[in-house]
Every structure is written in C-alpha cells, then in structure tokens.
Design a binder for this molecule. Structure first.
Ligand code: SAM
Length: 188
C-alpha cells in the first residue's frame, strides 16, 4: 500500500489550515487535569495547541514519519499504533480525540471500540470528520479513492450511532461548512 502520510509528513502542516484552538477547548471541555490521547494524531497539528490545558498529551498514529514531526515540534509522548489496536490499558485517558483521521482507519468500528475502551469513565471522546452531507466532501471522498487512499467516509449520524452503541451519551455539532464533530461522554 502507498505510504501517503509518510510522504506528506515533512510538509503536511504547510497545506492544512491551523485549527481553531478555542473551539477545541470547548469541544473537549478543557482544561482537564488528566491525559489526552490524539489517535491518528499525525504531526500533532491540533492537539499540540491544547497542551497548556492538560496534564499529558499522547499522540498515536500508524505513521512513524508523521509522529517524528510531532516529537520534533512538541517533544511529546508518541506511540506508533493502529487505532484498531491501541497499546494502552482500559480507562487510560480523560480525553480522546480523532481529527480528520477516522475515514483513513482500516476498520472504523474496531477503532471506535478501542477509543471507547481506553477512555476513562466520565471522560470525553471527540471525533472530527469532514461532513459527508456537503457536496465538496463527497468530491473529496471520490478524489481520495482515486488516489488509492483506502478512505471510508461516514455521515456524522452513522459515526454517532457507532459510538452510541457502546453506551456513551452523544451529540453532533457542525461548523455549517465542512466539519462535523461527534462528542461523546462516557458514563461513570
Ligand atoms: C489526514 S491525517 C490527520 C492527522 C491529524 N489528526 C490532523 O488533523 O492533522 C490522517 C492520519 O491518520 C493516520 N492513520 C491512518 N490510518 C491509521 C490507523 N489505522 N491507525 C492510526 N493512524 C492512522 C495517518 O497516518 C495520518 O497521520
């Protein structure tokens, strides 16, 4: 399989607009005196901004080259791992996030089961995905197929249902443009 992100790693952040840190603080209900896992976190483009509001940031990703960028920039803890099989014990993190990566995972259901497993009771999981209801996102989905990127996009409601199946309280927010967030709270 082609290593798209390994190739893009050195210049990845030059092409992607910076995230809205304030929005992410709200989405993840920060600050928190605890650990945040950014799964499929790549270079730490988003979670790197949130560090002042946490006790510890851990970025996991299948791409060693994306993580090397994260370490160089953030000197943070990283783990080369597939989201479908995370190398952490149950209930390890107060917060878990996935940004623009779920559609790249090989098995979204398995990954979601893992994200929920490593989340602590009373913790929060936030998944950002391009909003498949938007025409431009449908085109992106086709373009990624043409580029042999193995992507599989789901509408926000389908992602919400996959997460809710594990008993979490869920809601969807959108920015009215291209992004949708599934926000999920794990019960005590
Ligand atoms: C579009 S990038 C997003 C990176 C980062 N979350 C961001 O928003 O800047 C998608 C990331 O998902 C990672 N990825 C793809 N499949 C994965 C998997 N099965 N497990 C873990 N990471 C994966 C890629 O290596 C890449 O770093």
């Amino acid at each position: 399989m082609l290593d798209h992100f390994g190739f893009l790693a050195p210049f990845y952040e030059r092409f992607i607009p910076p995230p809205d840190g304030e929005r992410w603080k709200e989405l993840l209900n920060l600050p928190v005196n605890g650990r945040l896992l950014d799964a499929g976190g790549g270079t730490g483009r988003v979670s790197g901004q949130l560090r002042p509001f946490l006790a510890q940031l851990v970025i996991s990703d299948e791409s060693p080259k994306m993580l090397a960028q994260a370490r160089e920039k953030l000197r943070c803890c990283t783990a080369v791992a597939h989201a479908e099989k995370l190398p952490f014990p149950d209930a390890s993190f107060e917060r878990v996030m996935v940004v623009d990566a779920l559609h790249h995972f090989a098995d979204q259901r398995r990954a979601i089961a893992e994200l929920v497993r490593v989340l602590k009771p009373n913790g929060r999981l936030v998944i950002e995905e391009p909003d498949l209801h938007k025409l431009v996102v449908k085109f992106v989905a086709i373009a990624e197929k043409v580029a042999l990127m193995r992507s599989k996009f789901y509408a926000p409601e389908a992602i919400r249902d996959m997460v809710a199946a594990h008993g979490l309280r869920t809601e969807i927010q959108t920015d009215g443009r291209f992004a949708a967030w599934v926000i999920a709270d794990k019960k005590d």
